[in-house]
Design a binder for this molecule. Structure first.
Ligand code: FES
Length: 296
């Protein structure tokens, strides 16, 4: 069994950077560790508990994209190093763990490193008087390029993004930023989880016609649901888009658990095979080798 090495208290990096935008504006970045066990709890709590207050997007010179959640995300899970969050009408992927390139493991070490978040910081945009104007989180990839930004609640904005009168900011809106700063930047409070919530195990069935070619993924999904319940296993079940095999469906993917965080793909899964996967692999940690992909 893999030892749980999760640390609830973050060791501060004590690193502050300034990026000057023009004569009147600059960004202040306070870095925190960009590890999976720090990013996982932070992003999970933001997307599960604070989705109503967040914006999400990308800001570079000449371009700004801003998205908001209209309802709670319908998914927040890890696949091959990527955090996937699904909202109404859009979804996002952010590489916060090692991306190995699917079942074929095609990615070079250089590409794995380039894709993964290598730096993360709480950010504040300050005006010429040093007064903060906006609050957020910024990520950089392994090549030092800016990735997406998370926009945190602003005390200057009311409902509908209307500006409040300058002298009447709603300072209670800074609670999310201040809480994140205490936990993840300054390390003065514990991470509010016993373990990284994004390591919670799940099993997934591809519902795309591309790999199923007329075969019935739904009966496989239903068989897994019945068997999980019968075995009383606390493992999430999802129907997913492409799982990077794209042939010999129905395809079933298992994320691995604390015993081994090893991803596993199965091909040509029937309802009977699905039951074997649940009882043997998920229950007893014995893979159903004749359906593994790739076959070794
Ligand atoms: S379409 Fe099913 S695995 Fe790619």
């Amino acid at each position: 069994m893999t030892a749980n090495t999760f640390q609830r208290r973050v060791t501060p990096l004590n690193k502050i950077d300034i990026e000057r935008l023009d004569e009147d504006n600059l960004f202040e970045y306070e870095d925190f560790p960009a590890t999976f066990d720090v990013l996982g709890p932070m992003l999970h709590s933001l997307f599960q508990e604070h989705w109503q207050e967040l914006g999400l997007g990308h800001v570079v010179n000449g371009s700004v994209l801003e998205l908001e959640f209209e309802a709670a995300p319908t998914a927040c899970w890890m696949y091959d190093g990527y955090l996937t969050v699904i909202s109404q009408g859009w979804h996002m992927h952010l590489c916060i763990g090692e991306n190995k390139g699917g079942p074929e493991r095609t990615n070079s070490p250089a590409l794995r490193q380039a894709r993964q978040v290598s730096r993360a910081a709480l950010s504040r945009q300050l005006n010429a008087q040093g007064k903060p104007q906006s609050w957020g989180i910024q990520f950089w990839n392994g090549e030092g390029e800016k990735m997406m930004s998370i926009f945190l609640p602003s005390p200057f904005l009311g409902a509908g993004e209307d500006f409040l009168p300058e002298h009447q900011p709603d300072l209670a809106k800074l609670a999310v930023y201040e809480n994140l700063r205490q936990i993840y930047v300054l390390g003065t409070m514990d991470i509010p989880y016993e373990t990284n919530p994004l390591t919670r195990p799940y099993i997934s069935v591809c519902r795309s016609t591309r790999c199923n070619n007329g075969r019935d993924w739904q009966s496989v999904y239903d068989a897994i649901a019945v068997e999980l319940k019968a075995a009383n296993l606390d493992i999430d079940l999802t129907a997913a888009g492409c799982l990077q095999v794209c042939k010999m469906g129905p395809i079933v993917f298992y994320s691995g658990d604390d015993r081994d965080r090893e991803h596993t793909w199965y091909t040509r899964v029937t309802p009977d095979v699905a039951k074997e996967i649940v009882t043997q692999h998920l229950g007893e940690n014995q893979k159903v080798t004749r359906h593994l992909y790739p076959q070794s």
